[in-house]
Write a protein that binds this ligand. Structure first.
Ligand code: BGC
Length: 350
């Protein structure tokens, strides 16, 4: 079979190669890969900035945003041939730490977790893949190709859960939400905010292309004129930060109403320095009981929440997020720098 593979230690090593078909271990499902989504993490791995191959191997099969169709399922697995599935990305560390022992592997404390297509274990960027039934998530068949959005939605479902847990430390009745960045994570975060009945605003630089319309179609409000003009009309109770851009992160932290919660979801490259009034930021955070929380990955609970959110969503709205479909042989097109105005999610069909 063909697979999209990379040597994470070598920039420019991303390539489609013939690899042996996987053989499902006892109890596992055999899945035909339909597509993978490409995100910033994949681009970092391809650029040799992140990720690692399975122990003893040079190359990693890339792809952690998956969509596939079950080909073979053991009886009693809860799955049947034909089921549409997505794979959970992370597996608990082998020790395991306290969090992993509780199934909260997204909160792993010792960093020894593995992630399919990212860290130490092959991903889903191949024409066939295998998976343990407990880490496969069944998708509503009507979702079709947009089921591809399952993994990023799980990341966003976790971010919303974090916001709600932090909010519940006192009386909490949020109304106004700001999402910074209208990429897939930002738009899905906005969708989950709208599903919660909140007044959602999305801030991005794009002034044309599909992003402003996608936000409007959701029933949220799009802003491209900067955070200052946005907060002049009212401060948000919640910010979901999905750009990872230093200035935006700092502005987001400084933008909230009293008891504000900022959830950081963007992974930024280190090394950039900007000048910040730490005293001023500290003062307003303390005097307003503000909170900033980082959020990464997703456990089985978040995948289940994501499956439900996708089931409730308008599939034609979800389809707007897939702006580029690329065949496996043309994979390189998905790894060029995305155009921030026109690109939302690129997928590679398998
Ligand atoms: C993935 C997460 C993963 C994180 C860090 C993200 O792109 O969506 O599942 O935990 O990268 O490796």
């Amino acid at each position: 079979m063909l697979a999209l593979t990379v040597d994470p230690k070598k920039a420019g090593s991303l390539d489609v190669r013939e690899v042996a078909d996987p053989r499902p271990a006892a109890g596992e499902l055999l899945v035909q890969g339909i597509a993978i989504g490409v995100c910033g993490t994949d681009r970092e791995i391809a650029a040799n900035d992140y990720g690692s191959a399975p122990p003893g191997k040079d190359r990693l099969i890339l792809g952690h945003e998956s969509l596939g169709r079950v080909v073979q399922a053991p009886p009693e697995s809860g799955f049947a041939p034909g089921d549409l599935v997505a794979g959970v990305v992370r597996r608990p560390d082998p020790v395991p730490c306290g969090a992993c022992a509780q199934g909260e592997f997204d909160m792993c404390r010792n960093g020894l977790y593995v992630e399919r297509g990212i860290k130490d274990v092959d991903g889903f960027g191949s024409q066939l893949w295998t998976i343990e039934p407990s880490y496969a998530v069944k998708l509503d068949p009507s979702l079709g190709e947009v089921g591809m959005l399952m993994e990023p939605t799980s990341v966003v479902a976790k971010a919303w859960e974090q916001v709600e847990l932090v909010g519940r430390r006192s009386w909490f009745d949020p109304k106004r939400v700001l999402v910074t960045g209208a990429g897939p994570i930002g738009l899905l975060a906005a969708m989950l905010g709208v599903q919660r009945g909140l007044d959602v605003h999305v801030l991005d630089l794009a002034t044309s292309g599909p992003k402003p319309d996608a936000v409007a179609a959701l029933g949220a409000e799009y802003h491209s004129s900067g955070i200052d003009s946005f907060i002049a009309k009212g401060r948000p109770d919640i910010v979901i930060e999905a750009t990872g851009v230093s200035e935006v992160v700092i502005d987001a932290i400084g933008s909230t109403a009293a008891y504000g919660i900022v959830c950081l979801t963007g992974v930024s490259p280190g090394g950039r320095r900007i000048s910040v009034d730490v005293g001023g930021a500290n003062r307003s955070m303390v005097l307003e009981n503000d909170a900033v929380v980082g959020s990464v990955n997703a456990n089985l609970r978040h995948f289940a929440a994501a499956a439900e959110s996708l089931r409730q969503a308008d599939p034609t709205w979800l389809a707007r997020l897939i702006t580029q479909r690329i065949s496996l042989n043309d994979f390189a097109q998905a790894f060029t720098h995305p155009d921030p105005d026109t690109d939302i999610k690129s997928i590679i069909t398998l």
